[in-house]
Design a protein around this ligand. Structure first.
Ligand SMILES: C[S@@+](CC[C@H](N)C(=O)[O-])C[C@H]1O[C@@H](n2cnc3c(N)ncnc32)[C@H](O)[C@@H]1O
Length: 226
């Protein structure tokens, strides 16, 4: 069984207790249909090293494989879509890094198994880049990025919304959620609730957060807009 506690200090300071696999699976089963939809978006605001996100990614990739295992290009594109729909925040830098690495390892193992000689380093780089944007080291309560000591910085957490527009063209739209903090209490609660339920489903800037930037590129080159 995986370790659920790393140290007493981490439990006391950050409430860091990892969820066991059995509970993770049982909880994911409660939203089974969504975990098996390739592009359904999940955000875990205290993701640790990714116990929930890795289960969700594995389930999504199993569906991608079932549908596209004989079509490497379609598999690749949909595996990127699955990865790009998964988001996490953790206040501890080592957890955020471990979570990215873990998700990449799961993604890459399946990619290799299905696409074999058709795998490309560009696509791997794209997957790593998406993870570097989607798994954020930050404070989910203040929505600020944190420094290596877990202290808030002035930088707001920015989330990227990824979507295919035409063919292999992928769009990235960046949003900051800092106005959730600055609005009055009622609108703050309303928006926070909506965000929990829909995350990006209705990407109007004044509804979901402040819209920052938009990029469009081939999905294998999203890293060019670093
Ligand atoms: C109870 S653990 C759960 C980890 C993971 N979700 C799991 O179930 O295995 C809580 C996690 O939240 C992180 N955390 C604590 N306060 C946080 C905050 N304000 N913002 C983001 N993450 C936080 C901790 O570093 C820890 O990894």
């Amino acid at each position: 069984m995986t370790q659920q506690v790393k140290s007493k200090q981490r439990v006391a300071e950050h409430g860091e207790v990892f969820t066991a696999e059995r509970e993770v699976k049982a909880m994911c089963d409660l939203v089974k249909q969504e975990t098996e939809r390739i592009d359904s978006r999940f955000l875990e605001p205290a993701c640790g090293d990714g116990n929930f996100l890795s289960e969700i990614l594995s389930r999504k990739l199993a569906i991608v494989k079932k549908k596209y295992r004989r079509l490497p290009l379609d598999y690749e594109k949909n595996a990127i879509l699955a990865l790009s729909s998964i988001y996490g925040v953790d206040i501890m830098l080592d957890n955020a890094i471990a979570c990215r690495e873990r998700l990449f390892a799961i993604w890459n193992k399946e990619y290799k198994a299905v696409c074999k000689k058709e795998c490309s380093e560009d696509t791997r780089e794209a997957a790593r880049f998406i993870l570097s944007r989607n798994i954020v080291c930050g404070n989910a309560l203040t929505l600020k990025c944190v420094d290596e000591n877990g202290q808030d910085t002035d930088e707001p957490i920015v989330f990227s919304e990824w979507a295919f527009v035409t063919g292999s063209q992928m769009q990235r739209k960046d949003y900051t959620f800092d106005e959730l903090l600055n609005g009055d209490d009622n609108s703050k609660k309303k928006k926070a609730k909506k965000e929990q339920l829909t995350l990006f489903n209705e990407p109007q800037a004044d509804e979901e957060g402040k819209f920052l930037k938009q990029y469009i590129s081939d999905y294998r080159r999203v890293q060019d807009n670093g």
